[in-house]
Design a protein around this ligand. Structure first.
Ligand SMILES: *[C@@H]1O[C@H](CO)[C@@H](O)[C@H](O)[C@H]1NC(C)=O
Ligand SMILES: *[C@@H]1O[C@H](CO)[C@@H](O)[C@H](O)[C@H]1NC(C)=O
Ligand SMILES: *[C@@H]1O[C@H](CO)[C@@H](O)[C@H](O)[C@H]1NC(C)=O
Ligand SMILES: *[C@@H]1O[C@H](CO)[C@@H](O)[C@H](O)[C@H]1NC(C)=O
Ligand SMILES: *[C@@H]1O[C@H](CO)[C@@H](O)[C@H](O)[C@H]1NC(C)=O
Length: 273
């Protein structure tokens, strides 16, 4: 009898230990901090220019050479925000890239006045209305076609923050022109999606996202150790590199700097291959 009780207790203990030690990256929903934290006011004046590709505005940071490697930067739900453009401008200058940020929301991002919304499900609904297959995939292909014609480049990079991280998974899975990708504090990405990723990928979760090591382990097996990376920022919250960037906060500045520096090195390496 005591043996049975012991086994039951042991089973229960190991079950809870397993739960505690294997957090699964499986957020079909948007993280709570994303639904609650408003954008941070910016006093940055973007240095780049905005023009049209089809019916869509595109922001492009200043670049050195028309033949610099083109990267698509997929923004968060707040769309064209000066804090986000600041990160684009820094990377373009440091990495000698052409950084292109398409306005997928056509000037109608998630409204940042009265944030957080009275109904938290509004953020979730916004994600549902702007899925990869709804229009983002076609929009991205349009941008790639434009730059293929303009520069003769055949391989491109893509990286995204929050909602844009989720879209970058779609691009790295479905578009053969994508030669490298990165997810920075991504939302709504599930571990299972790693199985379908084809382009090399760097993962950069913040303290607000679940553990992405399970996702990373799948990438390592599929793509090889050299073609993926993982860096978790445990001292900054979701949104550190986007509309919620606080460039007065030294921890966030350091995290943005390191993120951009990792993208710089990894993207150049992969696009040379
Ligand atoms: C432009 O290229 C030069 C030489 O390659 C480099 O030193 C400089 O930092 C680059 N500037 C920008 C804005 O990319
Ligand atoms: C995307 O483009 C394809 C091919 O042009 C088209 O068949 C499809 O309807 C488009 N999808 C959406 C959601 O617009
Ligand atoms: C792209 O390739 C075509 C055909 O080889 C060439 O005429 C054109 O000058 C190239 N454009 C650029 C920007 O390199
Ligand atoms: C930004 O960071 C500074 C320094 O940590 C802090 O004092 C300020 O309250 C922050 N601003 C916002 C909007 O969070
Ligand atoms: C930015 O990152 C680079 C490389 O990680 C580091 O050498 C540099 O000191 C950092 N600069 C700031 C201002 O944090």
């Amino acid at each position: 009898m005591s043996k049975v009780i012991f086994s039951v207790v042991a089973l229960a203990v190991s079950f809870f230990l397993a739960l505690a030690h294997s957090p699964v990256y499986d957020v079909k929903i948007v993280p709570e901090v994303c639904q609650k934290m408003p954008p941070v006011r910016s006093n940055y004046t973007p240095l780049g220019t905005t023009y049209k590709i089809g019916d869509m505005d595109v922001y492009e940071s200043p670049y050195n050479s028309s033949s610099s490697q083109v990267l698509i930067f997929v923004y968060d739900i707040f769309g064209f925000h000066d804090n986000t453009k600041q990160a684009a401008d820094i990377l373009a200058a440091e990495g000698d890239f052409r950084i292109v940020m398409p306005d997928y929301f056509r000037g109608q991002p998630f409204p940042s006045e009265n944030f957080p919304p009275s109904d938290p499900n509004d953020v979730q609904r916004f994600f549902a209305d702007h899925g990869w297959n709804d229009h983002v995939r076609n929009d991205t292909e349009l941008v790639l076609d434009y730059f293929k014609r303009l520069t003769n480049q055949t391989k491109f990079g893509i990286f995204g923050i929050c909602w844009g991280g989720k879209m970058s998974v779609g691009a790295a899975t479905d578009l053969s022109e994508i030669g490298v990708s990165a997810l920075v504090h991504p939302s709504s990405v599930t571990t299972d999606e790693a199985n379908f990723v084809k382009a090399p990928m760097y993962l950069m979760p913040s303290m607000s996202e679940p553990d992405m090591v399970p996702f990373y382990n799948i990438l390592r097996t599929k793509l090889g150790e050299d073609n993926c990376g993982h860096r978790r920022f445990d001292n900054v919250a979701h949104g550190f590199m986007g509309a919620r960037s606080n460039y007065s906060n030294p921890d966030q500045v350091a995290a943005v700097n390191e993120t951009l520096s990792l993208i710089n090195t990894f993207f150049h390496k992969e696009l040379r291959n």
